[in-house]
Design a protein around this ligand. Structure first.
Ligand code: NAP
Length: 339
């Protein structure tokens, strides 16, 4: 299987990505135990299908090490000259503390070593507390490391529009912000997407499939109790559904999506991913992959075959209308992570 040309996106002049990125939170241990060897075999399968872009973080268990192992195996089997076909986007999520040049440099050095690269393709920076303005210190040092060649591009995750604007005002070059964005969480529509478009910044999205809840598996399903939600991801997004409007409204959404999915000959998840891919400023949708446990390669490839039309969107909107306003409830993008 090869993906169509429409699967690719020029994320930066020197960096192309697949618009469906493989999310590696699912290897952290909170989504079932991962066997490293099976995971590496699965990574080749994703890559060879055209899913060449990976989203990970310093704190996703062995994710950075798995990228390192995958790259080593890839170089042995296919030649080091082909390593540029892999894009691996990591994050730095520091605990609050002083953001000296030395601290920042040390953190980046750990990721470089674990991933087995001389330069990080993308470093996405997270910050817990906006009252603590040292995020600007950290970003200035990261921008310097970018100038020095240790980071190719600098990005953010879970920053709101106000702080993204502050960061831009400080002249720090940001290429993307990674945020939650799905049919039920459309907060980026409110302010973030327009700001990004004005400033040539793109969005990478997570939570788009609600950890798997946005699928036939849960259509007509009684409200799952905590014991049934066996991954951290399912628990997280069940909470989002509760905040958004509850299980009964979510069932209405799944029921509205089903005929649209049938019309296009795909699954409900594919409709959810396509919807977000079509939103302004969105460069890519990250879909979590439980490497070596479960895979949805063929289904997720269908995202690039689907074009949602006005009739489809007209069927979705009325179901979303009675939901709660998450901007008011949680705040702008990333509000759920602020202390
Ligand atoms: N920046 C942040 O704060 C943040 C937060 C959360 C996540 N993320 C990133 O986003 C990634 C995505 O993770 P997520 O937690 O948001 O989960 P998600 O992508 O919404 O859901 C992933 C799950 O959806 C199911 N799935 C995938 N394709 C499917 C298909 N075609 N049909 C039906 N089900 C399908 C799979 O479940 P099964 O495995 O059970 O089959 C998979 O584990 C993470 O790995 C991480 O890289 C970032």
């Amino acid at each position: 299987m090869t993906l169509p040309a429409s699967s690719r996106f020029s994320f930066a002049p020197d960096l192309g990505i697949c618009r469906v990125l493989n999310g590696m939170w699912q290897v952290s241990g909170a989504h079932g135990p991962i066997d490293a060897e099976r995971a590496i075999v699965a990574m080749f399968a994703y890559h060879d299908a055209g899913f060449t872009s990976w989203d990970l973080a310093d704190h996703y268990g062995p994710a950075e090490d798995l990228i390192g192992r995958f790259r080593r195996r890839f170089a042995e089997q296919r030649g080091a000259e082909h390593l540029g076909e892999i894009q691996a986007f990591t994050k730095w999520v520091p605990p609050p503390g002083p953001m000296s040049r030395q601290n920042v440099e040390q953190a980046i050095a750990v990721s470089l070593r674990r991933m087995g690269v001389d330069r990080l393709d993308l470093l996405q920076f997270h910050w817990w507390d906006y009252q603590d303005r040292r995020y600007l210190d950290a970003l200035k040092h990261l921008a310097d490391l970018r100038q020095e060649g240790r980071i190719r591009h600098l990005a953010l995750t879970n920053f709101d529009t106000e702080r993204l604007a502050t960061i831009c005002e400080h002249g720090i070059p940001i290429v993307s912000n990674q945020v939650q964005y799905s049919l039920i969480d459309r907060r980026p529509d409110a302010r973030m997407a327009a700001f990004c478009q004005e400033h040539d910044i793109t969005l990478l999205t997570y939570g788009t499939l609600l950890g798997g809840l946005l699928s036939e598996k849960y259509l007509g399903h009684p409200e799952p109790g905590r014991g049934e939600l066996t991954t951290a991801s399912l628990q997280k997004y069940k909470n989002m559904i509760d905040a958004w409007g509850g299980w009964a409204l979510f069932q209405e959404l799944l029921a509205a999506l089903k005929p649209i999915a049938d019309k296009h000959g795909v699954g409900i998840a594919t409709i959810g991913a396509r919807y977000v891919l079509d939103r302004p400023a969105v460069a890519g949708v990250i879909i979590g992959a439980r490497l070596g446990i479960a895979e949805h390669i063929a289904d997720n490839a269908r995202v690039f075959d689907v074009a949602l039309d006005a009739d489809d969107l007209a069927m979705i909107e009325p179901v979303l209308a009675p939901s709660r306003d998450l901007m008011r409830l949680i705040g702008d993008c990333g509000g759920e992570y602020r202390r």
